[in-house]
Design a protein around this ligand. Structure first.
Ligand code: ATP
Ligand code: ATP
Ligand code: CA
Length: 222
């Protein structure tokens, strides 16, 4: 009886996207097999994976040969060769891999992947492009003061997501290590906000902290 490798991952296609998924899984301490048709890529990723294997993933015998069906989760990150991506996905679902996540190149590719049973289809360039566009026009950050390379005071506009929250409910110190210095409501400036005083949409929050923590707060709460 074959052993079932719980939480074992494989990444097929070690371009920028697949390579990044592979490295991150490896950095997080997971077992990850790196697969590519190109031996140079395989060599390059041998230090960022548990095993690195050179094979053509469109050849079912080769994927069968490495026992791909024992993997819980396989990421297909072959972009340019849509045909190879589709064939690989078919083989993986035939072999019974339960989670097959595939990077799609375009909407046609996505449609086919959905039809043949890909479990999750991702569009990293498309999604990241959208995110960046939102960041460019974000009106949350009104102003900021650099205190050092790592620390700032930042003015953020409260969205309706945070409306009604209080210092007590937000737990900014515990959750983010940041301090709310003041709440501006129009011309009114409240420099000692009480723990149970609700923040309202449109209020300006003056916050001090480490840049990473400020960013985390902005991404999560606003
Ligand atoms: P990026 O994420 O860099 O934009 P991409 O999505 O444009 O990459 P490609 O560069 O076309 O994708 O392919 C990614 C990797 O997939 C390449 O390293 C390529 O060698 C590998 N690859 C292509 N076909 C196969 C195959 N049949 N079997 C295994 N690996 C393959
Ligand atoms: P993708 O996001 O699809 O992976 P990419 O990062 O691989 O794209 P390219 O496809 O090489 O990037 O280029 C993106 C676009 O930039 C293309 O439409 C190309 O025509 C355009 N481009 C390239 N060079 C120039 C230039 N000198 N001036 C203006 N546009 C350019
Ligand atoms: Ca690409």
């Amino acid at each position: 009886k074959k052993t079932r490798h719980k939480n074992q991952y494989a990444v097929i296609g070690l371009g920028r996207f697949g390579g990044s998924v592979c490295r991150e899984l490896h950095n997080m301490g997971h077992e990850v097999m790196a697969i590519d048709i190109d031996q140079d890529k395989v060599d390059q990723y041998s230090r960022f994976s548990t095993h690195a294997v050179q094979l053509d993933s469109t050849d079912e015998r080769q994927l069968h040969g490495i026992g791909i069906r024992n993997f819980e989760h396989v990421v297909v990150a072959i972009g340019d060769n849509i045909q190879a991506s589709i064939l690989t996905t078919l083989v993986l679902k035939d072999e019974g891999v339960s989670q097959v996540w595939v990077k799609a190149q375009n909407m046609y590719h996505q449609k086919v992947l959905d039809k043949i049973g890909a479990d999750v289809v991702v569009h990293p360039e498309f999604d990241m492009g959208k995110r960046i566009a939102h960041n460019i026009v974000s009106d949350k950050v009104i102003d900021y003061i650099d205190l050092s390379d790592d620390y700032s005071i930042i003015e953020l506009r409260a969205s309706d997501k945070i409306d009604g929250e209080t210092l007590m409910s937000l737990q900014l110190r515990a959750k983010y290590g940041i301090t709310l210095l003041a709440i501006k409501d129009g011309e009114a400036m409240n420099i000692s906000p009480k723990p149970d005083e609700p923040i309202r949409t449109g209020n300006i929050l003056l916050v001090i902290g480490h840049n990473n923590d400020l960013e985390r707060f902005e991404d999560t709460e606003l």
